[in-house]
Design a protein around this ligand. Sequence first.
Ligand code: AFP
Length: 326
Amino acid sequence: MSRTTLAAYLDANATADLTAVVTRIADCCAAIQEQLRLGDLAGVLGSAGADNVQGETQKKLDVIANDMLKDALQACPQVRGIASEEEDSVVAANTAGHFLVTYDPLDGSSNIDINSMVGTIFSILPAQSDGELSEAEFLQPGRKQSAAGYVLYGPSVMLVLTTGKGVSMFTFEPGSRQFLQTVSNVSIDRDTREFAVNMSNQRFWASPMQEYVRDLLSGSDGPRGKNFNMRWVAAMVADVHRILCRGGLFTYPWDSRKPDQAGKLRLMYEANPMGMLVEQAGGEVWTDGERILDIQPDQIHQRVPVILGSADEVLCCVDYHKKASA
Ligand code: AFP
């Protein structure tokens, strides 16, 4: 069975410039997965001994993956600038480039040392200037993204991508080192019986989220009238992949431990790229009060509460919040 290559897919679904950027990212992720596969044999596990701008302890592979992507994108003529979870501020690439790239080089990095799922998340935005690069140029709503995707380093390595024409999945073939299309036109069921949240934070959530999850847990005897299952991989990229494959609701709510911080997940390189993928697959992507892709960002590392996945279930959760605020 001959499968569509990433190159052939991009030829039909992206401009030549956008194709160059996506291809550069895919090739870099093929190299990152080789580092991951070696693990301790390459001496790449454990802490890097420093904290990032988020105040999180960096893993060696966080730094390795970040530097590999930064080098690859700075060498790509079509890339004008980059922003990374692991970089304090934006980094210039090629002034005349037509695209900006934001990325989380290794999402779920606390899973690395236990050999669990991690991934690279990326968002591609149109350049807004040909002068000196500024952070302001990146601060575009998620709806402006030219493309978004992730590479999931799981039992198989998979690239999941949208250029605004639906969502496709590609599986990495080690022999040819190519990503081959294995799923086209991904579509998320509107209903689900599965949710993903870190339940250990429940007592810190706002009341509407506590009531929504309480009703899920009440199952068929409760107001929802059906039983639910729960999953939590502690890597957004893996939880979202499951939702793209079989539906579900994922949430990382605001919580009172850091009331001035709008949740844990970052808008520009987690919520927005995942949001474009989920919306393109027919899902809904909200904070507790607005669609995430409509948010006008005000700084590159800003955080946002996230509720995404099966459309009817997400809208049900959002409704708990709207009723409370009414
Ligand atoms: P790390 O990259 O620090 O492991 O965080 C991953 C993440 O940003 C996101 O991918 C997960 O959904 C979420 O954090 C897990 O957070 P908890 O560890 O608090 O459950």
